[in-house]
Design a protein around this ligand. Structure first.
Ligand SMILES: Cc1cc2nc3c(=O)[nH]c(=O)nc-3n(C[C@H](O)[C@H](O)[C@H](O)COP(=O)(O)OP(=O)(O)OC[C@H]3O[C@@H](n4cnc5c(N)ncnc54)[C@H](O)[C@@H]3O)c2cc1C
Length: 443
């Protein structure tokens, strides 16, 4: 750490953990000219992931689940960069704005590691190439366009088997994100079907594949059973204790049968891994590759370095187990890290507080104005839980304008079917490929 009067705090990653660290540091150091705070993120927006699964189903407009990072800060400097490497020995982070452009070396006195996690495909053959992850806004928009594309294509297709393949959507992973995505897709299929006159209701199939014997391990068994029953009743098929072993553009192979599921759509929400940059750092990690931190969220042996959010293993003093990787936790961790860094800068190391937090509750929407919720031991399901989910998450969405936009999207959904406009964004290669028409079908 330098002895210079000005202290430089560098926050790497502008998701829940990094963003809330920056927001609290901004408050603490508003008038302090001797502290420079910089936040680095690859996008110039903050993504509110709890509403992401409503983007592919056109329940919420994509731009409404993100908020411009710069709008939140006057003291904190924001840089839209891709971070390439972190040199903990020399206190330098290297980053660039775009591929192939200038590399910037950014020095720091205090470093906050908040890079989150990435989708893990577990090296399964064909899965990374032939599936749609659901982690970023681009993922959700790509999936939305693809789903609409499948409906457009199926409406034209005469061959019944091919139509079924186009209209089969496989969701891999029975955790919150998987169940929410399946429920939302089902709603989309129900409400937009009237536009596709050649598609029969029974041709649309949504299949959720989960390797364990139950869905939603994050919530009590009875609520998960309620969710399973409700979603099955609405037509979603569940393959529990089933593993996907490979994927191709037109099929998904599962382990319980020699057969395969013919489909052009595999949505992959079955696993995450810590960010690859975290793997390059010379600090201690757990079995899953997360940085091990102490109760102050500091990285042992690396003074001035903190890690939090999905990329860190943060011990829960009550149980000794790590806190779960959720936005709910990342937000609180950000506040604690900001306070502790401020105390260290002010020479009040002994006043630092360990991170302690008890999960307030867990809520998950199931589509069709139904949700499940477990708050402080109280359990809710059905319409009231759905209302709770919407009210609570709307209040958490940053920015008044975003709150209003999402509330309007939800209100419009009550009166109108989902938007089926397909935004085709062609890459050059796609345009070139369009000149060939291998098969013809007489109308
Ligand atoms: C679909 C979905 C639904 C979810 N629903 C809920 C929910 O309902 N409730 C809940 O509590 N949690 C939910 N979660 C989990 C929650 O989103 C995460 O736990 C939370 O985002 C973790 O925060 P983080 O800051 O550690 O990581 P992230 O939010 O992932 O932030 C990491 C940031 O780092 C940036 N970044 C990564 N690499 C680089 C790089 N090389 N250079 C620059 N920037 C980089 C990313 O762009 C991102 O902004 C959901 C997650 C998903 C995917």
């Amino acid at each position: 750490m330098s002895d210079k009067a000005t202290k430089r705090i560098l926050i790497v990653g502008g998701g829940f953990a990094g963003m809330y660290t920056a927001l609290h540091l901004e408050k603490i150091f508003t008038k302090d000219k001797d502290v420079e705070i910089t936040l680095l993120n690859r996008d110039n927006f903050f993504l509110f992931t709890p509403m992401l699964s409503e983007v592919p189903s056109s329940s919420i407009e994509a731009k409404h689940v993100i908020a411009p990072i710069r709008a939140f800060f006057s003291k904190v400097s924001f840089q839209e960069v891709e971070v390439h490497s972190i040199d903990l020995n020399n206190h330098i982070v290297t980053a660039s704005h775009c591929p192939g452009c200038k590399i910037y070396n950014m020095e720091y006195d205090y470093l906050v590691l908040a890079l989150g996690s990435v989708t893990s495909f577990y090296g399964l053959p064909g899965v990374a190439k032939n599936s749609f992850p659901m982690k970023t806004l681009s993922d959700a928009m790509a999936l939305r366009n693809h789903v609409i594309d499948m409906f457009e294509h199926a409406d034209l297709e005469k061959d019944a088997q091919m139509r079924r393949q186009l209209l089969t959507f496989v969701v891999a992973g029975g955790g919150f994100a998987g169940v929410e995505t399946a429920g939302e897709l089902n709603d989309f299929a129900q409400t937009s079907r009237k536009y596709y006159r050649n598609i029969r209701p029974d041709e649309v199939k949504i299949i959720l594949v989960e390797s364990s014997s139950r869905i939603m391990p994050e919530i009590s068994e009875d609520l998960a059973a309620f969710a399973l029953k409700r979603l099955r009743k609405r037509g979603i098929e569940f393959c529990l204790q089933t593993k996907i072993v490979s994927a191709a553009p037109d099929k998904v192979e599962i382990d319980i049968s020699v057969d395969h599921i013919p489909t052009n759509t595999l949505i992959w929400v079955a696993g995450t891994a810590p960010h690859p940059i975290i793997g390059t750092l010379p600090c201690e990690k757990d079995k899953r590759g997360r940085i091990i931190v102490n109760e102050y969220l500091e990285v042992p042996d690396w003074p001035g370095v903190c890690a939090l959010g999905d990329c860190a293993r943060i011990p829960d003093p009550k149980t000794g187990n790590p806190y779960p990787p959720t936005a709910q936790h990342a937000v609180r961790e950000g506040k604690q890290v900001a306070k502790n860094i401020a105390l260290t800068i002010r020479g009040k190391n002994d006043d630092k507080k360990p991170f302690k937090f008890s999960t307030i509750g867990t809520l998950a929407p199931l589509g069709h104005r139904t949700a499940i919720a477990e708050i402080k031991g109280f359990k809710f399901s059905g319409f009231f839980a759905w209302w709770l989910w919407r009210t609570i998450y709307l209040s958490k969405l940053p920015g008044l304008d975003r709150k209003i936009r999402v509330a309007l999207d939800w209100t419009l959904n009550l009166f109108f079917p989902r938007d089926i406009v397909q935004l085709k964004v062609f890459m050059k290669s796609d345009v070139l490929e369009q000149s060939s028409h291998p098969e013809t079908d007489t109308q």
